[in-house]
Structures are given as C-alpha cells and as structure tokens.
Design a protein around this ligand. Structure first.
Ligand code: 5RP
Length: 222
C-alpha cells in the first residue's frame, strides 16, 4: 500500500468520530485534505466545521461544507465535538510535532477548543523520540534573531522558512537537531520566549486517539 493510500484509509476511518449535529474542527495538510474529502459525504449531518487554516477553509467550502469562524462556533456550542488532523511525528505518549504545513498556531487553538483530538497519520510518522522532523516555531517577525539565538543555546539549529508567512502574518523558524526528551517541558520553555506565538510540540494538546495507516490496515492507538 502506498503512503497516500494509508493516508486515505485513516482519513476515511476518522469519519466514525464525527457525531451528527455537531461542529467539527479540521486540521491542515495532505492527510487532513483527504479527511475533508471524506467529510463531504456527511456535510448535511453536521452543523459545520472550523478550519485551522485558510487553505482548509477553502477546501471545506469547495465541498459545500459550512465553514464557521471559531468565535462564532463557540457562541453556539460549548466546545467542538472533535478535532481531526495529521501530524509530522507522534510518540508512544501520543505527544506530537506539527506545523510542517505552517498552520501550527491555529491548529493548537482549534484542538484546544475541541473535546477530543483524533490524529490521522501513516506509519512513517511514528517515532521513539520527537525531534527528527525540524520543529516549527511561529515567531513575530521582529523577534526573529532573539528567538534564533535562544534556540541555539538550547542545542538547536534554527532556519527561517524562506518566503513563507503564516495565516497570522508571522514567520516560521524550523529548528533542526533538537533532542526532545521531555516534550511538555520543551513546549513550555519555547512558548515562554518573548515573540514566540507557539511551537509545534503538541504535548498539552496531544492526541486522544491516533489512527495509524499501515500496510495491514488502520491501527487505533488509544
Ligand atoms: C500542518 C501540520 C500537518 O498536520 C502535518 O504537517 C502533517 O501533514 P501531512 O498530513 O501532509 O503529512 O501540522 O501544519
């Protein structure tokens, strides 16, 4: 089975976590896109979806799925029923790194507003230790050199993502070579640097369930 076929299978498997009459949080990336395509078959069963990026909003709307602003959604319901998104890496504790597509901040916000986070990945995303995938940090532009310098002090090699601006008007610094031994501690430490909007470690907002596509089918990791 190809990687794309595995992604398609987990995207379809995630539909069973979508409850009728609710608002669904939807992530960003190639796996999330496949989920959006699958969600189209349920568009009349849900109130609508909250998107974690402009690209996701466009794809949802293209399928005729109602796209709701998060603030509006939270005036209708206490929380979104579920957040469904991919990841760049996940470990045994269901901690994630995300943000390969640059949407980490809105992804973290929508995940935090949801009752459960269902993470949809192919088996290549499973790791023993997070950090082999360069860790994205969304940074307010004037803090670029400050944040980069502090990251070097933490043992990482920062690289500004060239020609990229986030949906929030900020830059992304991808940090190579970080050894992430305590995901939660590093998530907090990076987020405490002035100018950091958020970083791509999802430990506080880790997955509740990981659906992993393998050559033998979809595995559910609780
Ligand atoms: C985007 C993300 C994505 O979930 C992550 O990059 C995985 O993407 P894909 O499903 O294309 O492998 O965090 O910001």
């Amino acid at each position: 089975m190809t990687q794309d076929e595995m992604k398609r299978k987990v995207a379809e498997a995630a539909l069973k976590y979508v409850k009728q009459g609710t608002i669904v949080g939807v992530g960003t990336g190639s796996t999330a896109n496949m989920f959006i395509d699958a969600l189209a078959s349920m568009k009349d069963d849900i109130i609508g979806a909250v998107a974690s990026s402009e690209a996701t909003a466009v794809r949802l709307a293209g399928h005729g799925i109602t796209v709701l602003d998060l603030n509006k959604a939270l005036t209708k319901v206490d929380s979104l029923s579920v957040y469904i998104d991919g990841a760049d890496e996940f470990d045994a504790g269901k901690n994630l790194t995300k943000g390969g597509g640059g949407a980490l901040t809105r992804e973290k916000i929508v995940a935090a507003a949801s009752d459960a986070f269902i993470c949809i990945v192919d088996e290549s995303k499973q790791v023993e230790h997070l950090g082999a995938f360069p860790l994205p940090i969304e940074v307010i532009p004037m803090a670029r050199e400050l944040v980069a310098g502090i990251v070097v002090g933490l043992g990482g090699t920062p690289k500004v993502r060239e020609g990229y601006t986030t949906d929030n008007g900020n830059i992304i610094i991808d940090v190579h070579g970080l050894k992430i031994t305590d995901a939660r501690e590093l998530e907090d430490e990076l987020n405490s640097i002035p100018g950091v909007v958020t970083n791509g470690i999802f430990s506080h907002q880790g997955a509740d369930v990981v659906l992993m596509g393998t050559a033998d089918g979809v595995k559910t990791i609780r």
